[in-house]
Design a protein around this ligand. Structure first.
Ligand code: ADP
Ligand code: MG
Length: 509
């Protein structure tokens, strides 16, 4: 070999060494980046963990806060609002009733025909999306839209029925925002949630606004019941099953209500109710406890939200937020590694990943996670990701959803604890060993909302956690029942039961 040959051979050797070194370097860096992703996911899992011990702490905190909220106005982040509903429908209600439901992505109009004996002879439901622009408009524009929709619905349903035929008919109104109720058919808006911001409505009487809009449209109907969505759900639950004592809504937002003893409402001494009971609207979306497993993603979501420091529980569990928590985690993983390819600008867009899409990824059971790949590409502009990255995506969805569902379960058991239906001896005492299940009463909790009805994994996690917290002796006595469209139908039923009585049965002395 001549000098030239030797030189070439040496150069080749150097070049291949350099290539090998670059490749090894790349592999090491890639492994390091992958390790970073794994560590970040592990950190998320640890911060969001909900072992049963922690859930029981949340149960206790919920029961204690409920107590505090009933003891004095402002005594807790839980408002524990009086609803003035003291008698729930018992199934004997009869006739045709209408209801409106405002409170989330969709606005619903309902007509139901009740036939007594716990029977619903007919129901018509129409859903209409609320235009984004109306969510921040004026109260007049907003209620005009609702009244017009009701008028058109009545005309359509009635097969040329004259509007005069609904004259004087009772109407239930479900309004799923915090309202300070002044009677069963009046109340003022405390604040908006779920992205609504019609400023001139705050502190106004909601029924008065609706009633005026109905008149403007020539609808002579009587708003007989103003209820929150959870109260509507409790009403329909009780109509169908008399053992229903509480209701939970888990949709865009979340809330719960339950039947309390009137004498336990300490902040309202002298509350007279014919039944001795009163439905309390907890507004539990605002629940907070240091036992809640909060992550840095929750803190960031809160800081950047329209209502920082508010609705802390809701931000960890409801449909409005779950997708966005996942988006935040993936954003961080994308900054720290290239496992999701080049950083997509879409990942910094708030709410770009909706909860139904997140659920679709979570529930993708194709071997190559095709649905995950499709949603990543179409929604987040993230293409050609390896299977291991898609698996990470599913894992993150699982952690976020599991935490949410289990926290709702803890909240539900917290309510049961407050009313002595969880098999323990109340707030101060612990779990009673060898509890005589003979004393335990059948207890039904009505559950409504898209997250529970449409997201199977969420529902399964929730049901499983309720049973886990209660333990096998008590769990069989507690039944969670799905109430589709419960909140609206319940409002119509309350309109029915209230018009039947047609006198206020609750008085504040
Ligand atoms: P709202 O709370 O607006 O009254 P719903 O009870 O129907 O309405 O709940 C709608 C919410 O439920 C949506 O905002 C969404 O977050 C969630 N949701 C609906 N369908 C699904 C689904 N298939 N998977 C997961 N979440 C869903
Ligand atoms: Mg709803």
């Amino acid at each position: 070999m001549g000098k030239l040959g030797l030189g070439i051979a040496a150069a080749c050797a150097v070049a291949s060494c350099a290539v090998a070194a670059v490749m090894v370097g790349r592999r090491v860096r890639s492994r390091r980046r992958w390790w970073k992703v794994v560590t970040a996911v592990q950190e998320l899992e640890a911060a969001a963990a909900t072992p049963v011990g922690r859930l029981r702490q949340v149960v206790d905190a919920m029961a204690v806060e409920m107590h505090a909220g009933l003891a004095s106005e402002g005594g807790s982040k839980l408002k524990m609002l009086l609803t003035f509903v003291d008698n729930l429908p018992d199934g004997s209600e009869n006739g045709i009733y209408y209801a409106l439901h405002v409170g989330g992505t969709n606005f619903r109009i309902l007509k139901i025909q009740l036939g007594g004996q716990r029977s619903i002879l007919g129901r018509d439901v129409e859903r209409k999306p609320i235009p984004q622009s109306l969510m921040t408009s004026t109260s007049e524009e907003f209620f005009d839209f609702i009244a017009l929709a009701l008028k058109e619905f009545i005309e359509r349903m009635g097969n040329n029925l004259q509007l005069s035929q609904v004259r004087g008919k009772d109407l239930g109104f479900t309004f799923s925002f915090p309202v300070k109720q002044t009677s069963v058919s009046s109340g003022t808006l405390i604040k908006w949630t779920k992205g609504f911001a019609i400023e001139d409505m705050v502190e106004k009487d909601v029924v008065e606004c609706l009633q005026k809009a109905l008149s403007r449209r020539g609808l002579d109907m009587n708003v007989a019941a103003l209820v929150n969505d959870s109260v509507g759900t409790l009403a329909v639950g009780h109509f169908l099953d008399k053992d229903t004592v509480a209701a939970v809504v888990i949709g865009t937002g979340t809330n719960a209500c339950y039947l309390e003893r009137a004498d336990a409402v300490i902040k309202c001494q002298g509350l007279l109710s014919t039944s001795g009971g009163m439905v309390i609207n907890m507004e539990w979306g605002n629940f907070w406890s240091s036992h809640l497993p909060r992550t840095s993603y929750d803190t960031d979501l809160d800081v950047e939200s329209q209502n920082p420091n508010d609705q802390g529980f809701e931000k960890m569990i409801s449909g409005m937020y779950l997708g966005d928590i996942v988006r935040r985690v993936i954003h961080r993983l994308s900054i720290e590694s290239d496992i999701f390819g080049p950083l997509s600008y879409k990942l910094s867009t708030r709410f770009v990943l909706s909860t139904p899409l997140m659920a679709a990824m979570h529930e993708d059971d194709s071997p190559d996670l095709r649905e995950v790949a499709k949603i990543l590409e179409e929604t987040l502009d993230i293409r050609d990701v390896p299977l291991k990255a898609r698996k990470i995506m599913v894992k993150v969805c699982d952690v976020v959803t599991r935490r949410a569902a289990r926290l709702v379960a803890a909240g539900i058991v917290g309510i049961l604890k407050k009313i002595g239906r969880d098999g323990t001896g109340g707030i101060s005492s612990g779990r009673i060993k060898g509890y005589k299940s003979g004393k335990m009463r059948r207890t039904v909790v009505a559950v409504e909302g898209g997250l529970y009805t449409s997201y199977t994994v969420f529902r399964e996690y929730l049901n499983e956690a309720v049973a886990e917290i209660l333990g096998e002796e008590i769990a069989p006595y507690v039944i969670l029942k799905t109430m589709e469209d419960g909140s609206g139908i319940g409002a119509a039923m309350l309109a029915a039961s209230n018009s039947a009585r047609s006198v206020d049965t609750v008085q504040v002395l």
